[in-house]
Every structure is written in C-alpha cells, then in structure tokens.
Design a protein around this ligand. Structure first.
Ligand SMILES: Nc1ncnc2c1ncn2[C@@H]1O[C@H](COP(=O)(O)OP(=O)(O)OP(=O)(O)O)[C@@H](O)[C@H]1O
Ligand SMILES: [Mg+2]
Length: 343
C-alpha cells in the first residue's frame, strides 16, 4: 500500500493578526508565539531579512547603510506587499513553523479594508508559505476573543481601537449588523503630540519617547492636568540636545481630534443599530479592545457620550489574536468531524 506523503503531514493551523504597530501569531495548542512590533529589517545588498519584530526595532537608526528597517503597514493596511510577505515568513520562522508545513491560516482584517487590501493580505500569507488563508473581520475575532455569544440572535457591541485603525461594531447571528470605522488610531495621536512639541516647544522627540509621554500624561477627560514629565529632545532650529518639561495639557490637546472622532464613531455605530439590538447593547454594555482602549478615562468618556456601560477588556491588545486562536480550535474540531465521517 502506498501512502501519499501529504497525508502524513499533520496540517498546522496558525492564527495571524498583522497590525499597524504590532504583529501577533498564535496556534491553538501553543497559544501566542509572537507579539512584537510590525517591523522588518532587510539587507538591501542581498534582499534577505535580517530581523523582524523587536530585533528590527533595536536596529532603527542604528543600521549600516545597507540595512533598512521597513514598516509595511499603515492605517491598518498593507502598504508594501513584498515586505508584508517577508514579515509573515519571519513570524513563521520565529514560531518554528516550516514552509513545508503549508499552514492553514486564519487572519484578521479591519472591517474597512477594501477588496484589494484583503487580497494583498491573503496573498502575502500565501507567498510566506501558507496553504490556505481565511480572513475574519477584526471586530468579530475580537468578540470571539471576549467570549461574547456572536452566533446568537443577541446584540454584542465592541470597539476595537488600534494604532492605525479604529472600528466599532454591533454583532449578532455571526455577522456585523452595524459598524463604523476610521483609518485613525494611536499612531495619529502620537503624530499630533509630536506636532505640538515642534510647534509649541520647538523640539523634536524620538517616537518611543512620544509614546511614553502619552502613556504617562494622557487622559481622554483631561484629568491629568498638572502632571508633567521631563524628556530629552533636540531643538528644531539648532539640533541641540535639551531637556524639556512637557505638561499634560499639551498631550491632552493633541488627544482631542482622535478622541472626539472615536466617540463619534461609537455613537454612529450604536445609533444605527435596530431597536432590539440597541436594547441588548443597553442591557449588556460595550467592551473596548485594542491597545488604545487603555488610554486613561477613555471608557468613561465613551460611556458618558453614549449612555451605554463600557468596560475595557483584560489585556485588550491580545483579544483579537486570542479570538483567532479560538476559531482555529473550532475549525480543527470541525475537521475532526469530517475525518470521522470520511472513514
Ligand atoms: N496605556 C495606553 N494609553 C494610550 N495608548 C496606548 C496605551 N497602550 C497602548 N496604546 C496604543 O495602542 C496602540 C497599539 O495598539 P494595538 O497593538 O492594538 O495596534 P495594532 O493592532 O498594531 O494596530 P491596528 O489594529 O490599528 O492595525 C499604539 O498606538 C499604542 O501607543
Ligand atoms: Mg490590531
């Protein structure tokens, strides 16, 4: 009897969440295996990938001229197809997934992604060695990660606030009933802080320092007034290294646009929901996920502007990848049913 080699290879299922700031990979058996910055360092002489994730971050501004660090996503979408494929291949390698395993991949995609963006994401995973790619809308993956009853005829509300994209959705019977989304997120907040530092204080500050100012001084309700933090900066005019004391008012002024736009987005989404689902959301509340859900007092502000109870998920930035990993578990149990029936 001959046995086809392909039938001896156990199919491997992999969950991928390729975000603007962070990329994550998980398997159903081993959980989250990669959760690092969406960065790829490439040797432009040879075209080979030198590092992905943290390793590539360490190389930013420290590389020899022939090594370039790429950020292949912006505003939730792939802006460089080839580099995205290399990033995914790098994630597979770091997670010990060989190209030969021809993984079946479940991937999240922002609900506002265009058909071309979806195709680019799928093709990037296939170029990286995936055999099959299923895309799941990110808010649905988030709701599954939260353990909400997405398949039931009951309205579940989530707001997913990332670095490059923000989306709110009311989900029922396995689909998004009403949704609202913006190509805007934590990165835009950081850019607004950097811009005010330049205009008001005449200095330029490293991106990681800007983000740190946000973590320590920002409040969606301006409650951090009076706090300040001293950081190292370079003057715009002469390039001198100086220490500046940045106060919370500057950071909160920078927050204004992204915060008000997010509140409006959630209002739009909830306002569009049919009455029965609206009632469900009023009774059951809304859960915030994604890294930017951790912005201080954001949940309270959204609750005050929607009249709905709002809570921030535990470890909000890994909810989507955990939801995708749960999908894998379901899929493998379904495949097992097919195998049993196939005897
Ligand atoms: N405590 C905090 N306060 C404010 N913002 C925060 C906090 N912690 C993380 N963030 C922001 O959350 C963002 C990262 O979130 P996340 O990892 O969910 O994004 P992503 O998945 O890479 O992006 P996207 O899904 O939009 O493509 C960053 O902009 C980061 O600065
Ligand atoms: Mg994300």
């Amino acid at each position: 009897m001959t046995v086809a080699l392909s039938s001896l290879i156990v199919p491997l299922d992999v969950a991928l969440d390729i975000g603007t700031a962070h990329s994550r990979l998980a398997t159903a058996q081993r959980g989250i295996l990669f959760d690092e910055p969406t960065l790829v360092a490439i040797d432009t002489n040879t075209g080979s990938v030198v590092e992905v994730g943290h390793g590539a971050l360490d190389m930013v501004a420290r590389t020899p001229r022939h090594v370039v660090v790429f950020r292949p996503l912006a505003q939730g979408a792939t802006v460089d197809f080839d580099v995205t494929a290399r990033l995914i291949a790098g994630l597979f390698e770091r997670a010990g997934i060989s190209k030969l395993s021809r993984a079946r991949v479940v991937m999240s995609v922002p609900s506002l992604a265009t058909p071309i963006e979806r195709r680019a994401l799928r093709q990037a995973a296939i170029q990286a060695g995936a055999r099959e790619v299923s895309l799941i809308e990110a808010p649905i993956a988030a709701a599954i990660g939260l353990g909400l009853p997405v398949q039931d005829p009951v309205g579940s509300a989530v707001a997913l606030l990332g670095a490059g994209a923000s989306e709110a959705a009311v989900i029922s019977l396995g689909g998004i009933v009403t949704g609202s989304a913006r190509r805007q997120g934590g990165n835009d907040f950081d850019a607004a802080i950097a811009s005010l530092l330049r205009i008001q204080l005449g200095v330029v500050v490293a991106p990681a320092v800007v983000e740190n100012l946000k973590f320590h001084l920002a409040s969606a309700m301006g409650r951090t007034r009076g706090l300040s933090q001293v950081v190292l900066a370079r003057t715009v005019d002469r390039g001198e290294l100086v220490e500046v004391d940045v106060d919370a008012d500057l950071v909160n002024a920078a927050a204004h646009e992204v915060v008000t736009s997010t509140v409006r987005m959630v209002q739009e989404c909830l306002g569009d929901a049919p009455p029965d689902l609206s009632q469900d959301v009023s009774a059951r509340g809304l859960t915030m996920v994604g890294g930017q859900a951790q912005l201080a007092d954001f949940a309270e502000l959204i609750a005050a502007n929607t009249g709905v109870e709002v809570e921030v998920a535990l470890e909000p930035d890994t909810v989507v990848i955990r939801g995708l990993a749960l999908c894998l578990e379901e899929m493998s149990s379904l495949y097992a049913l097919f195998r049993d029936a196939d005897r």
